[in-house]
Design a protein around this ligand. Structure first.
Ligand SMILES: [Ca+2]
Ligand SMILES: [Ca+2]
Ligand SMILES: [Ca+2]
Length: 225
């Protein structure tokens, strides 16, 4: 990342030095605070791969993001049929998030093998292609996060959040852009050409950081006049 001028550049004129110091501290504090918030947040779906090129057997996976080291015992991932709302898949998770804050549950083939590198739990499952949904529930059945994908017609059941994400073409996954949960699948997820099990989304949304820096930069320019 290229640092904005006021974080390293020549000292601006009259009165701006202390403001620059204050802004720098505020930005660093905001970054630290957002890390803390994200690390403590409840688990999120971070990537879903439901349609491999060719057979899905031993290929598909769900990646969760959560607190490093936290248990996933009791969490349940459900597949929800878009045509009637029925549960097509129900996965009971066991284990814990790695030190990277990720947990990957992967499908196995008839021999018990998976093509998913670094999987934390192996189960046998396959989600339908869209329009369908994947829901993450806690041990009491409360939905913690949900992803609906594809074009839902009237009368079909969307069990995601906000507007659905697009249906990923074969070989592509749906992955979170960052770890901010906006409650809108169309904003939070994007089609990823190369699935990345075990590689998480960016913790902080880069556009928002850019906006914050632009505002701070403009304030300094006004102050320095
Ligand atoms: Ca397929
Ligand atoms: Ca959500
Ligand atoms: Ca990933």
């Amino acid at each position: 990342m290229t640092l904005p001028f006021f974080l390293y550049g020549p000292r601006p004129r009259v009165g701006a030095a202390s403001l620059r110091t204050t802004l720098r501290a505020a930005i660093l504090a905001a970054a630290v605070a957002s890390w803390g918030t994200l690390a403590a947040a409840s688990p999120l779906l971070s990537e879903v791969f439901y349609d491999a090129s060719g057979s899905d057997d031993g290929e598909v996976f769900v990646e969760l993001a959560g607190t490093p080291g936290a248990s996933v015992d009791g969490l349940v991932i459900e597949g929800i049929n878009g045509s009637d709302g029925s549960v097509t898949v129900s996965l009971e998770l066991a284990g814990s998030f790695g030190s990277d804050g990720l947990f990957v549950v992967a499908d196995v083939d008839a021999e018990g093998a998976t093509a998913v590198a670094g999987a934390d739990q192996l189960l046998s499952f396959d989600f339908q292609n869209g329009p369908d949904s994947v829901v993450l529930r806690d041990a009491l059945g409360v939905a913690l996060d949900a992803l609906g994908y594809g074009a839902f017609d009237a009368g079909q059941v969307f069990a995601g959040e906000g507007a659905p994400a697009p249906d990923a073409p074969a070989g592509s996954s749906l992955a979170r852009l960052d770890l901010v949960d906006r409650g809108d699948n169309a904003l939070d997820f994007a089609v990823t050409d190369t699935p990345t099990p075990g590689v998480g989304p960016a913790p902080v949304p880069e556009p928002s950081l850019a906006v914050l820096l632009a505002v701070a930069s403009a304030a300094l320019r006004r102050r320095g006049r």
